[in-house]
Design a protein around this ligand. Structure first.
Ligand code: WTA
Length: 649
């Protein structure tokens, strides 16, 4: 979605004096970080407990492979759980869990410690050792967080796979990481009905040998679930009975913490690798300042799923490291009706709420009467993440949800960056509807043209590319098993400068504030989910009826972008018309996930190609968005669009 304000520099919301007076941050952070970046990060790293303190900060000698705090040792789970109990906060609620059907459960830090310890003991008994990979394929139940923390505690590297992904997507990820264990649930609640999940694991592992030795199954729905003798284990018969005490051992700061797969420009997802000390430092630092989080006082709620990076950094690691009390919700925002989120906010007195623009726009569609029927006065800060938030949605969010008083933090970051990079600081800096504003203290970003020259301020037309010109603690350490792809994807574009290419377009306004404009590569952003055009294309051509497919992201009022596909049929295509289109949509849902289901599929006789055979997606996007066609001079056959339009009609 593009931003639409030309007078944006006039439209700023300064911090209120009241918020500023009690804010965690202040302007000196920028000065301190500016004067001594590494010293600043060392200071932030000391928010954590180090079993062995570090003496080095950044080692960039093997760039672009960074090492942060390399000679320090810590345990990530100890930092998120044990130390709070040892500090006398064992009775503080860590998680207010709210199940979809209306059940709920509170876990204190002592409860969490016991659960994580049990899981750690049991996983050790299964023979897992530091460095092994564990796949976690679970809905938003407390055991999912316990599983992540238990893995972290043992130095196992987890790979959380969104429970909406298909068996084949799960298998691809399990194979790529050579996971030994899959942790899942019998099923998941979907709008009041239990849907099986464990059977998807069975299907994923059915063919050929896999590295998986065991499947550990949490009972959530009570669905009848077939178990494979010798391989499958019930959590409640194993982990739940294990000894509830476990001594955490320290690992190197650079020990791999997790792999998280994300879409790139090719069909194969990239396993983004994050390590321990630097990642946790920046997750905790940003959670503290960007959300102005006050432990023991705030009730925080991030609505993401643990299947995405936002769930990793801002449900699990950052918040728990900061001794949060947080809401974790299992279901959708409109079950049993559209009041659900506001009821949850009222029930727990949520003070910090972090969600995605697509949901804000959905709330807008449902109508302001719905939030207005509730007492939302506990809210004192709102956050946004996942895609650019259009100014209209920003204002609605602040007026209707935030009672026209809460600061909004529009946080730009990526799976690769690990933690927030660009955002206003509440109580410290101005905010503008639609702008991510300024790199955080300690972070440096630039907006440059193709050659790396800085773009001019205020040139709304002079859109540039967003680059990060200094390493940061929570940066990815590579792509799992593919160093070459890591260099190529992020570092080749500005190789001489040594800058990280984010893949986003951006501009700077007259005040020098930064606006992120969206992806400049073949990655689509649908409801804040990254989906590559190539992935959807390959699912489509996997169908016998499809000879060729081209997929583009077209702007969509609610989801930011919607997936629009153009397909050429084969001679074998059995049925045509609506039946085929419905079948193809279902095929993509099955092959990847319902989140990748195309909004539209157009059957066309030809696709627009350049002389070198490259599909011109830019032009297809013009068609999909109903615009005048851009430059068609490089096409082999400029008349192709007559045919495409005819095919569309
Ligand atoms: C987009 C999600 C504008 C951007 C944390 C980025 C944003 C991609 C914002 C990363 C924002 C995320 N404003 N665009 N505040 N936040 N994006 O890896 O295109 O799922 O490159 O990480 O989302 O998506 P990812």
């Amino acid at each position: 979605m593009t931003t639409d304000s030309s007078a944006e520099h006039l439209d700023a919301y300064p911090p209120s004096a009241e918020f500023a007076a009690a804010a965690n941050g202040d302007a000196s952070l920028y000065d301190r970080a500016g004067a001594d970046r590494e010293g600043f990060w060392a200071e932030q790293a000391r928010r954590l407990h180090w079993h062995q303190p570090f003496t080095q900060v950044l080692d960039w000698t093997d760039a672009p492979f960074a090492k942060w705090f390399a000679d320090g040792k810590l345990n990530v789970a100890y930092n998120c759980v044990d130390r709070h109990v040892l500090d006398g906060h064992g009775d503080q609620v860590a998680i207010h869990w709210e199940g979809e059907p209306g059940d709920s459960r509170d876990l204190t830090y002592s409860d969490l410690l016991a659960e994580v310890s049990r899981a750690a003991n049991y996983l050790t008994g299964l023979g897992l050792v530091a460095g092994d990979r564990v796949a976690i394929y679970m809905p938003m139940v407390p055991e999912a967080i316990v599983a992540m923390l238990a893995s972290a505690r043992l130095g196992l590297t987890h790979s959380v796979v969104f429970a909406g992904f298909s068996p084949s997507a799960l298998r691809q990820r399990v194979d790529d990481a050579a996971a030994k264990l899959v942790i899942t649930t019998d099923g998941q609640w979907r709008r009041g009905k239990p849907a099986p999940l464990k059977t998807a694991v069975d299907e994923a592992l059915a063919e050929g040998d896999s590295t998986v030795e065991h499947v550990l199954v949490v009972r959530r729905t009570g669905l009848d679930t077939p178990m494979v003798e010798g391989r499958d284990l019930w959590w409640d018969e194993t982990v739940a009975l294990a000894f509830p005490e476990h001594e955490a051992q320290a690992f190197d700061a650079e020990h791999p913490l997790f792999i998280l797969y994300t879409s790139g420009t090719t069909g194969k997802p990239k396993g983004i690798l994050h390590t321990s000390g630097g990642y946790l430092t920046q997750a905790a630092y940003t959670h503290h300042y960007v959300f102005d989080h006050k432990p023991g006082r705030d009730v925080y709620w991030c609505t993401a799923d643990i299947g995405w990076v936002t769930g990793h950094s801002y449900i699990v690691y950052g918040p728990l490291a900061n001794r949060v009390t947080e809401v974790v919700y299992e279901g959708t925002p409109n079950f049993p009706d559209e009041h659900r989120h506001w009821q949850i906010i009222e029930k727990y007195g949520v003070s910090i709420y972090y969600t995605a623009p697509t949901l804000v726009r959905t709330f807008m569609k449902w109508g302001r009467e719905i939030p207005q029927a509730h007492d939302l006065s506990s809210l004192r800060l709102l956050g946004s993440v996942g895609e650019p938030i259009n100014p209209e949605a920003w204002r609605w969010y602040r007026d209707v949800v935030g009672g026209n008083k809460t600061p909004i933090v529009d946080t730009w970051w990526q799976t690769e960056t690990g933690a927030i990079m660009i955002s206003p600081l509440p109580g410290v800096t101005h905010a503008k509807p639609g702008a991510a504003m300024t790199p955080l203290p300690g972070i440096s970003a630039k907006v440059v043209d193709e050659e790396g020259n800085p773009v001019e301020l205020g040139e709304t037309e002079a859109n540039g590319y967003l680059v990060l010109d200094h390493p940061w603690p929570s940066m990815l350490r590579g792509i799992w098993g593919d160093n070459e792809r890591y260099r190529e994807t992020y570092w080749a574009r500005y190789a001489e400068k040594g800058w990280y290419f984010a893949g986003d377009g951006a501009k700077l306004d007259k005040d020098g504030d930064l606006w992120v404009l969206g992806r400049v590569d073949d990655v689509m952003n649908v409801s804040g989910h990254r989906i590559s055009t190539a992935e959807v294309e390959s699912a489509l051509v996997g169908h016998t009826g499809v000879a060729e497919a081209a997929v583009v992201g077209a702007s969509d009022d609610t989801t930011g972008q919607g997936i629009v596909a153009f397909v050429i049929l084969t001679a074998e295509a059995k049925n045509t018309g609506d039946d085929l289109v419905a079948e193809l949509k279902a095929e993509v849902s099955r092959e990847i996930s319902p989140i990748a289901r195309p909004r539209e599929i157009h059957v066309v006789p030809e696709l627009p190609k350049t002389r070198s055979g490259k599909i011109m997606r830019r032009l297809l996007r013009d068609v999909a968005e109903g615009r005048e066609l851009g430059d068609t001079s490089t096409l082999v056959d400029p008349n192709v669009f007559e045919a495409i339009r005819a095919g569309n009609a």
